[in-house]
Design a protein around this ligand. Structure first.
Ligand code: ES4
Ligand code: ZN
Length: 326
């Protein structure tokens, strides 16, 4: 349709994408075969049938299990190039992607395997599609602060290739302040700081992410809407929110797409963006996320342009490159 064409060709940046969450069942199967692993599933259909979540933890259990198929640098490179092929088809010009090193180092892979494979994929995507990218290292918040520090130390040889740090995994019970010191160390090392907050957690976690972690960008932020003073501050400071509509539906953060607050966020002056989170698990890449909210919330072309433009305003680009994209 005309709307689909408009969305596909809208230049956009993706700012919230877990590379491990782009592992499609087909690739999971072929990696398992290549690595001679036994998967707990007999078919691609069986895998997809298991993707029936009702909350974040149900999803995370399956997401961490799926990541076990990733064993070699080549696996991480293939994962990354597959994502960028999809992104290119969706009109993505720039992507800032998350990776979860602890998911891999905790099962014995060296830190180098994941990052070197991903970096090879990023270089290939630039050569093949011209897509620029940045890498954001996420700490798993269900693990302790010392584990996060150990991960930060392991990343040291690659800090020139890492734009920022993030915070993901199980939100409830793991408030941002748990990682205050490692975020301070990352800031002192010149890294950007982002954090998942207000996905399942309360507005108070968003407040902490701002005041204690000193985040440069907010991942999700849905529950910030419960606190008017917080919304006013986010709007005043033009903090970018990386919103993930299909993820929100699949993890029951919102009841259905017609109830998604994306346009409410814009109306309140928030710098909201549309992103795909874990597209292999949630039913669509960034273009599908745009289409879902465009139809579900009857968004105007102007609102769609604002959302796409916000992605470049919120990207960690230098001023000259940002101007080129805008
Ligand atoms: C995630 Cl949707 C979501 N939330 C928190 N942590 C995550 N890791 C991967 N996807
Ligand atoms: Zn996420």
């Amino acid at each position: 349709t005309d709307l689909d064409h408009f969305i596909t060709h809208l230049p956009k940046a993706e700012l919230h994408l877990h590379i491990e969450g782009s592992l499609e069942p087909e690739l999971m199967f072929s990696l398992a075969k290549r690595n001679r692993l036994d998967l707990p599933f007999k078919s691609v259909e069986e895998i997809r049938a298991a993707y029936n979540f009702s909350n974040l933890q149900d999803f995370l259990d399956i997401y961490y299990a799926g990541a076990q198929a990733l064993r070699t640098e080549e696996d991480f490179r293939d994962l990354t190039t597959a994502y960028f092929d999809r992104a290119a088809a969706d009109g993505v010009l720039h992507a800032e992607i998350f990776f979860d090193p602890q998911t891999h180092t905790d099962r014995g892979l060296p830190f180098s395997v994941a990052i070197e494979g991903i970096l090879a994929g990023l270089a290939e995507a630039k050569a093949k599609h011209g897509i620029t990218s940045e890498l954001i290292l996420c700490f798993l918040r269900h693990l302790d602060e010392e584990a996060a520090f150990a991960t930060f130390r392991a990343a040291e040889p690659w800090l020139n290739h890492i734009k920022g740090v993030g915070l993901d995994s199980s939100e409830l019970g793991h408030p941002p302040h748990k990682f205050a010191r490692v975020f301070a160390a990352a800031g002192a090392a010149g890294l950007k700081r982002v954090a998942h907050a207000g996905e399942e957690g309360p507005a108070a976690y968003v407040r902490e992410a701002l005041d204690v972690l000193h985040i440069d960008r907010l991942d999700h932020g849905n529950h910030a809407l419960d606190d008017d003073a917080l919304v006013r501050e986010l709007a005043e400071r033009q903090i970018t929110l990386t919103v993930c509509p299909l993820s929100n539906v699949r993890l029951c953060v919102v009841p259905d797409i017609s109830a998604h607050p994306i346009d409410t966020m814009l109306a309140k002056g928030l710098r909201a963006t549309v992103n795909s989170d874990d597209p292999a698990y949630f039913g669509g890449y960034v273009g599908e996320n745009f289409k879902a909210v465009a139809r579900g919330r009857k968004l105007s072309r102007e609102q769609l342009v604002t959302l796409a433009r916000n992605s470049f305003l919120g990207a960690f680009l230098d001023d000259a490159t940002r101007q080129d994209y805008l």
